[in-house]
Ligand binder design. Structure first.
Ligand code: DAH
Length: 337
């Protein structure tokens, strides 16, 4: 009998308890009611009377040993798991391959912006860039906004003071990407064929449909004899390349100070019966006053321009019904793209 208790003692000492599974089989084997220690105790009747006391002490010692080993290993394992928020499993078996790392992916807005760029690259457009902090001239005046235009109101636009002692609120967080048109035309000579992606800001309350920050892609095409028909062709080609040939769209007249004539394009959101038109872009023929403000002769050159909302295009593309999802950075949302 004492040989048996010694063997079990050795087994307990040598048991490796590095995983939940190992812990559980240890518990079953030694501690549980059907385990080896209970089994030993049940044999006490067959032990010679003068050896019973010693045998009982040995078994009790084994019991304590097993419980101590079990609770220490359990605590250690739990601690390891707590410190391990990386998504990697606790060390079940050191020879196992680690769990594959979670790969990141592009945000749906970046994916959409890339799709838009790809379409216009194929049409021969280049990329241009401008500052997000603009002056009044580029954001409004050169774009033919009259002085009393509502967009110049504090209610709609974030104005920034240049310095503390400057009362003139001359700088604005750009309200659209159209000022990049002005910068492009001022900095080189026609023809121009470029798109201008970027972030824009408006002093709007945050709802399912609007946010104080969003993204646009502006387009400008200026050359000799550019026509409205070319603008419409380009826009139709664009929506067909993004949404597929069966896309339902409409083009309707509109007004912008910097284009004449102006139009807007809508995409149908919903099924045949239940749905509505959602505007995705504004466009038009560049107003002669805008060309003049940039030193381009409107007698020689004409052009078209457009500005589209990246959020709107993404929401229609992926069926997203609330713009705020795009900024929450909730992994459950982002992992779907
Ligand atoms: N800037 C306009 C807006 O933010 C969009 C726009 C309309 C841009 C017509 C254009 C254009 O270039 O021609 O609502």
């Amino acid at each position: 009998m004492s040989q048996l208790t010694d063997r079990i003692k050795e087994e307990i000492h040598e048991a490796v308890l590095n995983s939940k599974d190992e812990l559980e089989s240890f518990r079953l084997k030694y501690i549980s009611r059907k385990g080896r220690i209970t089994e030993l105790l049940s044999k006490i009747g067959s032990v010679a009377p003068h050896e019973r006391k010693e045998f009982g002490q040995k078994v009790n010692h084994l019991k304590e040993l097993a419980h101590k080993k079990f609770s220490e290993a359990k605590e250690k394992l739990e601690k390891n798991n707590e410190g391990n928020n990386s998504g990697i499993r606790a060390l079940d078996d050191p020879t196992l391959m680690p769990a594959p790392p979670a790969f990141g992916r592009l945000h749906p807005l970046s994916q959409t912006q890339q799709m838009i760029k790809d379409v216009f690259f194929r049409l021969g457009f280049t990329i241009s860039d401008g500052p997000e902090l603009e002056d009044d001239f580029h954001n409004f005046t050169a774009l033919n906004f009259p002085p009393e235009h509502p967009a110049r109101d504090m209610q709609d636009t974030f104005f920034i003071k240049k310095t503390d002692n400057d009362d003139e609120d001359d700088l604005v967080l750009r309200t659209h990407t159209s000022p990049v048109q002005i910068r492009l035309m001022q900095s080189s000579k026609p023809p121009f064929r470029s798109i201008m992606p970027g972030r824009v800001y408006r002093n709007e309350s945050i709802t399912a449909k609007s946010y104080c920050l969003f993204h646009q892609v502006e387009g400008l095409y200026v050359d000799k004899d550019v026509s409205l028909a070319e603008l419409i062709d380009t826009l139709v080609m664009f929506v067909e390349m993004i949404y597929g040939e069966g896309v339902r769209y409409q083009i309707r007249p509109s007004f912008f100070p910097f284009t004449e004539p102006s139009l807007e394009m809508d995409i149908w959101w919903g099924d045949e019966k239940n749905g509505k038109w959602l505007e995705i872009l504004g466009a038009g023929m560049v107003h002669p006053n805008v060309l003049k403000a940039c030193g381009v002769d409107p007698e020689i050159y004409s052009g078209f321009a457009f500005g589209m909302g990246v959020e709107r295009i993404a929401m229609l593309l992926y069926g997203i019904d609330d713009i705020r999802h795009l900024y929450d950075n909730d992994l459950r949302f982002l992992q779907q793209f």
